[in-house]
Design a protein around this ligand. Structure first.
Ligand code: ADP
Length: 364
């Protein structure tokens, strides 16, 4: 071929990155764009070329594959030279040779800068990933310490009482009360272990949704908490609107989500306090509200209460047990259900948590 003039329509790839072919192009008319693939996925625009510019010389000089892709943006006319033609032009025209040397050194500099920029980006991505790993590692170690502490307390109490019983010196009412204490502490350990397992599971398995009767679930939760409410002299009331439809969800997860709200409402209520659970409907939603008149939540910690392991263990002289898992479970369950979870609270006055779930539609 040596040389020829050719025309191409817009969007023609004249040179393709990584392809081996030895043609040099001088643009007589039209515009081109030069792009390069970065990190195997992203395409970056390197520059635009127009009449008077040239491309394709790198492959001829270095016998290398194309370093970038050149595509026509408009109708274009180019002068194409093969290797012999290209060599002849270089020999005969020092000004073209010079222009090419300057163009090549420019491109090399640009490539260097691009490589440095990419390296910088990579370095900062690595630093971020490392930071995240370190945070996760710290959270994991903190979690183990908290779990160990939380388990130790009931284990020691139960263990201590068992030793007393083993000595056989306790009888009558005293025996009953000691056995009750052991049972209560073992319950606490079981709840804790179940919570931790639930938390692991909920991240791994997406529940299958079904029609869920939230009235029944509320009744089950209230029954489960009768003992605890009585011990704390807290009254739990349930108010249910007429004809509450089924919600779309997973019954076990929703029971766990409501349990955390009721558990907290009783725990953070004052003695003789009152907790109200309400079931209502609003458009295509079923709403479950849990209201208490307890210690309330300060505005500065309100945004953090749903975080995993966030726990306030003290309010005035009162100490509160807990791992800070309950609300994070509730939030995760509600997110999985594409529902919403809202809270309104005033320190010293009480808190109201509302879960909103989609109604079950038989045909969906
Ligand atoms: P835990 O109760 O085990 O600490 P949660 O995740 O259930 O864990 O709650 C996180 C924190 O949110 C609690 O430590 C408490 O500070 C606050 N909180 C949750 N519910 C209530 C409530 N009804 N009244 C006051 N504070 C609450």
């Amino acid at each position: 071929m040596n040389s020829r003039i050719k025309t191409y329509p817009p969007q023609t790839v004249i040179c393709r990155e990584n392809e081996v072919e030895y043609v040099f192009y001088m643009i007589l008319e039209g515009d081109f764009e030069v792009t390069k693939t970065i990190n195997n996925s992203e395409t970056r625009l390197l520059k635009s070329l127009t009449a008077g510019d040239f491309f394709g010389e790198m492959a001829l000089i270095h016998n290398a594959p194309r370093a970038a892709t050149v595509r026509s943006k408009t109708n274009v006319i180019v002068l194409e030279l093969d290797k012999d033609g290209f060599n002849r032009v270089l020999k005969r025209s020092p000004s073209i040779a010079m222009a090419m040397v300057s163009e090549i050194s420019n491109r090399l500099r640009q490539n260097d800068q691009m490589a440095i920029e990419d390296l910088r980006l990579r370095a900062s991505e690595l630093a971020d990933a490392y930071q995240r790993l370190a945070e996760q590692d710290l959270a994991c170690r903190e979690f183990l310490t908290i779990v160990a502490h939380e388990l130790r307390r009931p284990l020691m109490v139960a263990g201590g009482y068992l030793q007393v019983l083993q000595k056989g010196m306790v009888t009558g009412d005293d025996l009953d009360s000691k056995i009750n204490t052991i049972a209560r502490n073992i319950d606490q350990i079981t709840t804790l272990v179940n919570d931790i397992l639930f938390l692991q599971e909920i991240e791994l398995v997406l529940p299958e949704f079904d029609a869920v009767n939230m009235v029944k679930i509320a009744e089950v939760v209230v029954r489960k908490y009768e003992g605890k409410a009585e011990t704390r002299h807290v009254t739990v009331q349930v108010k249910i609107d007429h004809n509450i439809p089924d919600a779309k969800g997973d019954a076990r997860s929703l029971e766990r989500a409501l349990t955390a709200l009721v558990d907290n409402a009783i725990k953070y209520s004052p003695p003789n306090g009152m907790v109200e659970i309400r079931l209502t409907t609003q458009a295509d939603r079923v709403l479950i509200t849990v209201e208490d008149h307890g210690i309330g939540i300060a505005p500065d910690i309100l945004p953090r209460i749903f975080d995993r392991f966030f726990h306030v263990d003290k309010n005035g002289d009162e100490l509160y047990g807990g791992l800070g898992i309950g609300l994070s479970i509730t939030r995760q369950v509600i997110q999985q259900h594409k529902g919403s979870l809202d809270v309104e609270s005033e320190p010293g006055k009480g808190s109201t948590f509302t879960m909103s779930l989609l109604k079950w539609q038989p045909l969906n």
